[in-house]
Design a protein around this ligand. Sequence first.
Ligand code: HEM
Length: 399
Amino acid sequence: MTTTQDDQTASDFSYKLSHFDLFSEADSLVKWEIFDWAREQAPVARTDGNGGFWVLTRYQDVRRVMEDWQTFSSTESPLVPTGLPSLAPIDDDPPFQNELRKLLNPLFSRSALAPFEQPMHDTARELIDGWIDNGRVEILNGYAGPYIGKMLTKVIFNDLSDEELAAAQSLALDVAEHPSAEVYAALFAMCTDYLERAKARGVTGDGLISRLINGRINGEPIGIEKQIGCLGIFVMGGLDTTRAAIGNITYRLTQNPGLEDRLRDPAWVRRDMDEFLRLDSPVAAMARVATRDVELNGVLIKKGERVQARFDAANRDPEKFRDPESLVFDEARSGHAAFGMGVHRCVGSNMARMQLEIGFEELLKRVKNIRLAPTAEIAWAPGQSNALHAVDIEFDRID
Ligand code: HEM
């Protein structure tokens, strides 16, 4: 029997998938090819990477898992164990998760966030002032990171110093790209310290900190571990995701010069933003653990085994989205998985959308002809986020 090139390719993909490691640089570089192959040939595939997972790449499987929290629990499921208290609400199941969401959701409605609109514009403008004369910038470090970080901490913490803010940002990036027990410990230490200081000086007004400290769930105060975990997940969930989205969208602008003008039309927010988030889903994957033996797409997943639901791969499933590797704007494309699905659907989606809207409004008012710098190297970073390592751009000034 002769081995054809197709057999060889299939065995390469099968091998890579069975050892797929979320935090491997090499695997990240070929992940789209691996997931395309997996979606067709092994949609529920076993990997020994990251402690062992079933990797799900089809939209319908990801949806089913996300919508059945009784069978696929969020407790004890992280992609990498933090060795630290759970991150509430992301590591909890209902009813506690639901109750905590009821407490948190009102803080992130569009109207609750309205007071932060002007500071977002101001922050974006100040950052652009810092590099506009250079005609170039690395968008993630020069714009997206500090813009998102400054605003997130304004919304969540109110009063971090610039130094503390920089430390929080760098921690969030480390957690996303190079998680380790030390990185998680540092993040939790920062949150613990902040909560202790807030309690000591007394919290006033309505916000995340006061709701965590003074809120009640079924008449009981929220325990300190949950308070710390919740702050931790807001730092992680709020910083790296939206930062990644700005980098990903900017990269797409460099690949198609016509897109810039499309985004200058405020209608892009309702019309096109979701399509960018679908194509390059900032959160690559989340995990769940099976609470019972369950069959998924013909594969038996045993009680206690973990699944890695790939939002990024689900969002490029041709069964769900026509021409999934392209931006397709002028047709209805509902139901993408970028903000998750089911009970854990992102609590910060309004804030993320607002930050993207204002971030690009300010950017595209001041610069045009955004293009990759000749030295730019475009590569996906490993980790739980679907982020580029760097997006070095050049541009022309408008004013
Ligand atoms: C483009 C930006 C963002 C994306 C793509 C995104 C994506 C997601 C996804 C996929 C989930 C579901 C996780 C799961 O099912 O286990 C989630 C949950 C969450 N997100 Fe976001 N997120 C973004 C921005 C934000 C922001 C700005 C914040 C904070 C203000 C935030 C805070 C959270 C929190 C706390 C959860 C946990 C919700 C729960 O478990 O009930 N996210 N996000």
